[in-house]
Write a protein that binds this ligand. Structure first.
Ligand code: HEC
Ligand code: HEC
Length: 218
């Protein structure tokens, strides 16, 4: 009962004005997604499947619609995004649900009896991404000059602009390579856009910087 009330309140805060998203329904839909993105939306196989938990709801919606329309190519996901599988309403619900998940930002403390699998599963559920190598000062300078307007000062994104902090480094690099190759549109300045003005080392430095500004709890 109490859980339902909390979910309903959360839905009211997250949803569009006048239309509360159905988080219970979103959770049910997420069972299909969990096979690849894991149960709590933490992603998996070290970035082959991106993290969805805590991502901006609006951004998730736009991507799911892009997969369905094939304007963003995603062969593994295409069948799951067909109209009969995932209606516009389902997209809203599952996006609101995933956005509402808060993964822990604190490393788990293990007992001696915990086996390797338990340790791995719990570690993967933590929002912290291992530090990526690169020049932090250069990454910070470029990020805070160019990327900040859309992705935010702390890399958390906003509405249609995705959160970058907490996302797997190799997934983000793969996406930037796709943008630069013109396989995925990034911003309104045309193919590749902003990212085309940067060197590969600069992109690596930005990713290193993003892993250095994560909020950790001791
Ligand atoms: C068969 C595996 C598979 C299933 C099932 C699956 N996905 Fe994915 N999904 C992927 C892969 C792989 C990618 C990354 C594609 C790429 O590299 O561009 C992805 C990417 C995404 C993205 C883009 C994330 C970002 O940061 O841009 C979203 C959103 C997403 N999936 C949502 C879902 C939802 C919601 C479901 C359930 C309805 C789902 N996926 C089911 C494999 C899957
Ligand atoms: C004008 C706004 C804007 C600016 C500035 C901007 N971005 Fe983006 N970025 C976006 C939008 C919009 C998307 C989602 C595009 C889509 O729908 O595929 C995005 C997506 C991304 C993604 C993919 C995230 C994911 O989960 O798949 C990466 C990585 C990224 N941006 C990196 C950067 C970096 C690095 C910079 C600075 C050099 C930057 N962006 C500057 C608007 C911007």
């Amino acid at each position: 009962m109490r859980k339902h009330l909390l979910l309903a309140l959360l839905a009211m805060c997250l949803g569009n004005p006048g239309h509360a998203q159905n988080l219970e329904k979103g959770k049910e839909i997420n069972a299909t997604c969990a096979g690849c993105h894991s149960e709590a939306g933490q992603g998996g196989s070290r970035g082959e499947y991106p993290r969805l938990a805590g991502q901006q709801a609006k951004y998730l919606e736009i991507q799911l619609k892009a997969f369905r329309a094939r304007t963003r190519v995603n062969i593994p996901m295409y069948p799951y995004t067909q109209e009969r599988e995932l209606s516009d309403e389902d997209i809203k619900d599952v996006s609101a649900y995933l956005a509402s998940i808060e993964l822990p930002t604190k490393w788990p403390v293990f007992k001696d009896t915990d086996d390797a699998l338990t340790r791995l599963t719990q570690t993967e559920r933590v929002m912290i991404i291992p530090r990526a190598p690169g020049n932090l000062a250069n990454g910070e300078a470029i990020y805070q000059k160019i990327c900040v307007t859309c992705h935010g000062k702390t890399g958390m994104g906003r509405a249609m602009f995705p959160r970058l902090v907490g996302q797997y480094t190799n997934y983000l690099m793969r996406q930037m390579e796709k943008y630069v190759a013109g396989e995925r549109p990034h911003d309104e300045e045309g193919i590749g856009g902003l990212l085309n003005t940067l060197k590969k080392d600069d992109l690596q430095d930005i990713l290193a910087y993003l892993t250095s500004i994560q909020e950790t709890q001791q």
